[in-house]
Structure formats: C-alpha cells, structure tokens
Design a protein. Structure first.
Length: 267
C-alpha cells in the first residue's frame, strides 16, 4: 500500500465488508441498517484503516459521538456486543411507500396495478402460494410485503407492511441509498433490490429459492433453473392483480403462470 492509500479516508472494500460482518450489518448501538463507518479512535488521530478499530453507527449516533454526547467508551462496548448480533436480526426499518398505482420491476418486466378501493391486493411475484412480492393498497397508501429465502428455505429478509428486517448472520448485506444487496459469498449475489419510493420496487438481480425451486433474475431474463426455462422481457409492461405465478397456484389467473416445476431435493 502506498503512502497516498494509507492516508486516504476511503476505507478499502475488504475492510468495509469485515466491519459490516462483525457489526451485524447495522448500527452497533441501535441496529439501524442505515449506517456510517466510524473510526473509534478518530481518523485524525490514527489516519489508518484497521477493521478492529472501525465500527458502524447510524447518522444519529454518529453525530452524537462526534459531538461528545455519546461517550467513546459506550461505542466500544456496543462494538463488542452489536445490537443486531445480540438479536440475530436487524432493527426494523420503515420503507416509505404510498400512492394509488404500485409497480414492481422484475428484470425487464414491469408489473403494475391500480388501487380499486380499500384492501386491494397486488402480487407481482407468487411462488407456491407465497407472495414473494406483494402489496396491500388502502386509501392512497400501500404496504409492501416481501420475503426472501435461502436454498434451505430459511427466511433471510422480510418486509412486513413496509417494515424491513434481515438476518444478521449472512456473508454480506449492504443498504446503500435505495439499493439493498445481499451476497452469499463475495461474488454470489442472492438479491439486489432497489426501493424506488414512493411507488416502485425493483429486483434487478436475484437467486430466489422456495421449496426446492430456483428462480434466477437478471436484467436480460428470468430463468426457472429447475427446468431451464427462460423468459425474456424487453421493457415490457403488464397490468394484473397477479403478475408471475410459479408452482402451486389457486385463485385468480396470473398474467404469466407455470405450475409444473421439477424440484431440487436437497433444499
């Protein structure tokens, strides 16, 4: 590392990831997934990036620490026992969705509907009767519900009525601006989602697992990996209460549906 790199305030990406993992991907004080990197001994004093000397603080606690209202000793104690790791789940974060016309973009396919009155339900993606992405619309507001599983059918991320929480024991989770990225390994993305408030949720990249089904989403295609079936959408838009339905299904017909799917047996 050259002298310029040593003296740069930009923390190297591997060190950032190590800090995120150690801190449970949230503020060590309160668990909020919106955080900043904090040199516990003060950057001006150390002018170096050592993972064990860096922690995560939300904006409020960062300002309190910088202003002297939050003692350094309290930060160090929280760093040794982070909020999210104590609970194995992040502090809930409220997403700000509203309006009368929610939309979900899955790869290049835009799915939308219109609020038809109190209690309108909109399910852009349904797998085995589980709304992977769903909205409930009422009086000009709507609530996002979303669930993401790993290949063992364990829930790793959940949004319940706009309240976002995620497991704190994954390889890496980043919420930067509107984009949340979950990685199973360094180059293995489980989910890349953009909360384009007030009315759009975008899944730009994903490996979705449900009951032995594996769905791959990227900007070029949607693939049911079990049967190696591909769907290609190029800036397409559909309007329907249920957009894509895969696997077991009962009820109102989906715009795009597929019931007969081979299943992996090791999940």
């Amino acid at each position: 590392m050259n002298n310029e790199s040593k003296n740069s305030r930009n923390i190297p990406l591997p060190i950032q990831r190590e800090v995120r993992q150690r801190c449970g991907f949230g503020c060590v004080i309160c668990g909020l997934p919106l955080y900043e990197y904090e040199h516990m001994e003060g950057w001006a004093n150390v002018k170096r990036h050592v993972a064990d000397e860096i922690t995560l603080l939300c904006d409020q606690h960062h300002r309190e620490k910088t202003g002297g209202l939050l003692p350094s000793e309290a930060v160090r104690n929280a760093n040794n026992n982070p909020y999210n790791l104590r609970n194995n789940i992040s502090k809930p974060y409220t997403l700000h969705y509203s309006g009368k016309k929610p939309k979900a973009k899955i790869g290049q396919l835009l799915i939308e509907t219109i609020d038809e009155g109190c209690g309108t339900q909109f399910i852009p993606l349904l797998i085995d009767l589980i709304p992977i992405i769903g909205f409930v619309l009422t009086d000009g507001h709507f609530l996002l519900n979303l669930v993401i599983f790993d290949e063992y059918n364990h829930v790793v991320l959940n949004v319940v009525n706009n309240q976002l929480v995620y497991k704190a024991d994954l390889f890496d989770i980043q919420l930067v601006g509107r984009k949340l990225t979950i990685r199973k390994e360094q180059r293995n993305v489980l989910l890349e989602i953009i909360f384009d408030t007030p009315d759009i949720v975008i899944i730009s990249k994903a490996n979705l697992f449900v009951n032995g089904l594996h769905l791959i989403i990227d900007e070029e295609k949607i693939v049911v990996n079990n049967n190696n079936i591909e769907f290609h959408f190029h800036n397409s838009t559909i309007s329907a209460p249920v957009g894509i339905s895969i696997g077991e299904y009962r009820g109102q017909a989906a715009a795009i549906g597929m019931e007969k799917i081979d299943r992996y047996k090791n999940t």
